[in-house]
Ligand binder design. Structure first.
Ligand code: KG4
Ligand code: ZN
Length: 299
């Protein structure tokens, strides 16, 4: 639906949410073999995200909570991503270091326990997913660009272009990807009509190499600083195969256990929000008696 526009159109997204939310709820309950009145609580994404789409979710969740007399749990979108590895068949145990790489966020977090998250570093401008998406757009690829850029990169030579790796050697754990996007733009403009198929593939490979180099370098540095023995990668960019391979090569050598949620839990999904809600309910049994908004989340 959004592909023709090269990005998500907020108004279309909200209207689509209105159309789909109740049929989807019915389907999910049916597949789980649960009746609506049997659920313990209603968890929904409180944010961050597109206001219109969030409002639809919050509206439906509030109505359900009120009608059923069940507690309502607003979950932070990123907490959902952070806990999504626990949905895996082989989940990590607390504590772990998390690299959270989505279309809107790039963060390194020390996850000490459920609800105890310390932010170690984050992007100062574009997110890693944005760097993938924007580079892909410059190369004439569709949206979302990450998977398409990765596909094209398989045919390219990353050494054909020398792209910058912003902030890679800075002593902090922050990221910056805006300069990389500008560098890709400069190369595309410089080549003009000479941007042949091979040059496009080479540039895609070079961009992917630069993005993953920075992500791996900073994650390795964070592991060294925290001495955590488990590292978890969450968010849509966690689906990137090169990122997975490079992280494995770097961290396995140190004897660190690496966890990647299955692809369906990496990208946005409702199960991770339900899981975060369920864990909160477990941690705060008093919530089970509270019919109405229940909100104890760290901001
Ligand atoms: O977590 P997510 O599904 O949505 C949020 O942003 O919250 O992440 C979407 C991002 C997009 O930028 C998309 O291009 C990127 O994840 N992505 C990938 C791959 N699959 C998805 N980036 C690189 N390689 C992939 N295989
Ligand atoms: Zn997300």
């Amino acid at each position: 639906m959004h592909q023709a526009y090269g990005g998500v159109v907020p108004e279309l997204a909200s209207r689509d949410h209105i159309r789909r939310l109740l049929p989807l709820t019915d389907l999910a309950l049916k597949q789980a073999g649960v009746r609506l009145d049997q659920v313990d609580a209603i968890a929904y994404t409180r944010g961050p995200g597109l206001a219109g789409a969030l409002l639809v979710g919050a509206g439906v969740a509030s109505a359900l909570g009120m009608a059923l007399g069940k507690p309502l749990i607003g979950v932070h979108h990123l907490e959902g991503h952070l806990l999504s590895p626990l949905l895996s068949k082989q989940p990590p145990a607390f504590p772990f270091l998390a690299l959270l790489v989505s279309g809107g966020h790039t963060m390194l977090l020390d996850v000490q326990a459920f609800g105890q998250y310390a932010l170690l570093g984050e992007t100062v401008d574009d997110a890693a997913g944005e760097a993938f998406d924007k580079s892909a757009k410059l190369l004439g690829l569709g949206y979302p660009g990450g998977p398409e850029l990765a596909r094209l990169a398989a045919f390219g030579n990353p050494a054909a272009f020398d792209l910058p790796r912003p902030k890679m050697h800075s002593p902090d754990l922050d990221f910056s990807f805006a300069g990389l996007k500008t560098a890709v733009l400069t190369r595309v403009r410089g080549l003009g009509s000479n941007l042949c198929e091979q040059a496009r593939a080479d540039l895609a490979a070079a961009a992917q190499e630069a993005i993953t180099d920075v992500l791996v370098h900073k994650t390795a540095r964070a592991q060294q600083a925290t001495k955590r023995r488990s590292v978890v990668v969450a968010g849509g960019v966690g689906a990137n195969r090169q990122l997975r391979e490079k992280l494995a090569a770097t961290l396995s050598a140190r004897g660190v256990a690496l966890f990647f949620p299955e692809l369906e839990w990496c990208t946005d999904n409702g199960a991770m929000i339900a899981l975060a809600g369920a864990l909160r309910l477990q941690a705060h049994p008093e919530a089970a008696r509270a019919a109405g908004p229940f909100d104890v989340l760290p901001r």
